[in-house]
Design a protein around this ligand. Structure first.
Ligand code: SAM
Ligand code: SF4
Length: 485
């Protein structure tokens, strides 16, 4: 891949874009928003006004978001959390989408200071899955009940897309008696416009790439070499993705690298910039928190984010970009996870393994020790049990992408809160499938009563819809599969 050629081939308009981006994310520009937020936050009534008005689902200006990020008192945080909860339930209801990450390889030419896959780290055994191995991994995931995958790889210099495309094709074509994967999202290093169109032709769900940190000096320090050392190339990734035809994309920041307030305001500016320029905002924003990684030189987060701050930032994002999905990708401690679901997070990874070949290895281990064969399904089943117990609806829904409700079409439904008409029924139907095909007795019982609870709730608001959904749930009970709205 020739990145310089891709930049050169940009029209004058494109160069203007790169300049605009660099200008927008200048340190002093973000600092200016933070300072204005600090100013606003001195007035308690102003904070209350911002929180109260955010229930109208119109989002927040960067200054308003910066003001809410200043909240330190528990009482005010509570008020904001309650409002975020209301907004989340209006837009998405109580459903949580589940997915599994699938690493094709861990070979990388970058030296990100926080990552175990970094080039030169001897503590990690390098591996790139063959097509046969990819098939085995996907089979293992299907057998756990997964329908949505997120494919990840390291980054190689001068490598074309052949391997990635072939791997995605293999994953889509893999099926077992237990079902098939219905949506594949992709999280790989920034590509050229031409490469993005190849990826788009294959039919992927969401393309995701995190800026890691928007703070340029920190970025430069943490990404000392390899293609990722180019801050601007990464910052302009979504412009190229959209030009290549991808209309469903996700952004994110790795929290713990630099001041969380700086990252949140940058994420908002990025989302606004893309929305204004291309008419379609990010489908998701990811909020991973830095974990310590084997053999990575960074042994402490340079800017640790406390649980209090983490809850606050998730709530601010929920109020600021109400229609955007928020993804929690790391495993947070149970009580915090529960609060994050309530106040903002709408997608989580479940039963994750973050090494290439990890799922199949676990399966083989278990099949050798048969009395533990249930153990394999435990992590995802446990998460689902925990969700159902609190009447969250675990969802394996892939309907929007298959019905073509992506990009602006999706946003048109999500913005006024109409997406719930699809999300909730589809969550219920995919959850029912899961219960029928993968759940043990205890989980099945728990899950059925969660479904009953949601049917009753639906009956109160829309008894027609509730009737139709009940009928479909019964059909699934009788063996029909893959029914969706
Ligand atoms: N190699 C590609 C890239 O860097 O964009 C995509 C795959 S990479 C494994 C996916 C993400 O993992 C990175 O964007 C980074 O945010 C995250 N990551 C890396 N090291 C991490 C760590 N120690 N803790 C949490 N997340 C980490
Ligand atoms: Fe490579 Fe991505 Fe890890 Fe950086 S974060 S070392 S690019 S795999």
């Amino acid at each position: 891949k020739n990145r310089t050629a891709d930049f050169d081939s940009m029209t004058t308009e494109k160069t203007a874009e790169a300049d605009e981006l660099a200008e927008l994310f200048r340190e002093d520009n973000i600092e200016k928003f933070l300072a204005r937020g600090e100013e606003l936050a001195r007035d308690k009534e102003e904070i209350e006004r911002i929180i109260k008005e955010s229930v109208n689902l119109e989002g927040l200006s960067p200054e308003e978001a910066a003001a809410l990020l200043q909240i330190e008192e528990r009482e005010m945080l509570e008020l904001m959390l309650q409002t975020a909860r209301q907004v989340k339930e209006t837009i998405y209801g109580k459903r949580l989408v589940l997915f599994a990450p699938l690493y094709f390889d861990n070979i990388c030419d970058n030296k990100c200071l926080y990552c175990a896959f970094r080039q030169g780290n001897d503590e990690v055994e390098r591996r790139r899955l063959s097509q046969e191995e990819i098939k085995k991994e996907v089979e293992a995931l299907i057998e756990k009940g997964h329908k949505r995958l997120l494919v990840l790889t390291g980054e190689r210099e001068n490598e074309d897309l052949t391997y990635l495309l072939e791997g995605i094709r293999t994953a889509y074509e893999t099926g077992t008696e237990a079902g098939e994967i219905r949506r594949i999202n992709v999280e790989v290093a920034p590509l050229t416009v031409e490469e993005f169109s190849q990826l788009d032709e294959l039919g992927i769900g969401t393309y995701t790439c995190f800026q890691e940190t928007y703070h340029r000096p920190t970025y430069d320090r943490l990404h000392p070499s390899g293609p990722k050392s180019d801050y601007d190339w990464r910052l302009s990734v979504m412009d190229r993705a959209i030009e290549g035809g991808i209309d469903d994309y996700g952004i994110g920041a790795l929290f713990g690298l630099y001041d969380y307030r700086f990252e949140v305001i940058s994420l908002l500016l990025h989302a606004n910039y893309l929305q204004e320029r291309y008419g379609v905002g990010p489908h998701t924003i990811s909020v991973p928190r830095l974990n310590m990684a084997a053999g990575a030189p960074l042994d402490n987060p340079p800017a640790p984010v406390s649980d209090f701050q983490f809850k606050k930032l998730v709530a601010v994002l929920r109020l600021a970009v109400p229609y955007t999905g928020i993804i929690l990708s790391t495993r947070e401690e149970e009580s915090l996870r529960d609060q994050l679901f309530r106040h903002g997070v709408s997608q989580i990874s479940a039963g994750s393994r973050t090494s290439p070949g990890g799922y199949e290895e676990a399966r083989q281990r278990d099949s050798k020790e048969e009395q533990f064969s249930l153990h394999d399904t435990r992590p995802i089943a446990e998460i689902i049990y925990e969700l159902a117990e609190k009447n969250y609806l675990p969802s394996f829904c892939t309907a929007c992408y298959r019905k073509g409700r992506t990009g602006e079409d999706f946003m048109d439904l999500a913005r006024p809160g109409k997406i719930q008409q699809y999300c909730k029924p589809n969550a219920m139907m995919t959850f029912k499938e899961y219960l029928e095909d993968f759940a043990g007795d205890e989980l099945q019982e728990r899950g059925e009563s969660c479904l009953e609870h949601h049917l009753d709730e639906m009956k109160e608001n829309n008894s027609d819809l509730a009737g139709r959904i009940k009928e479909r749930l019964n059909k699934i009970g009788r063996g029909e599969r893959d029914i969706y709205l």
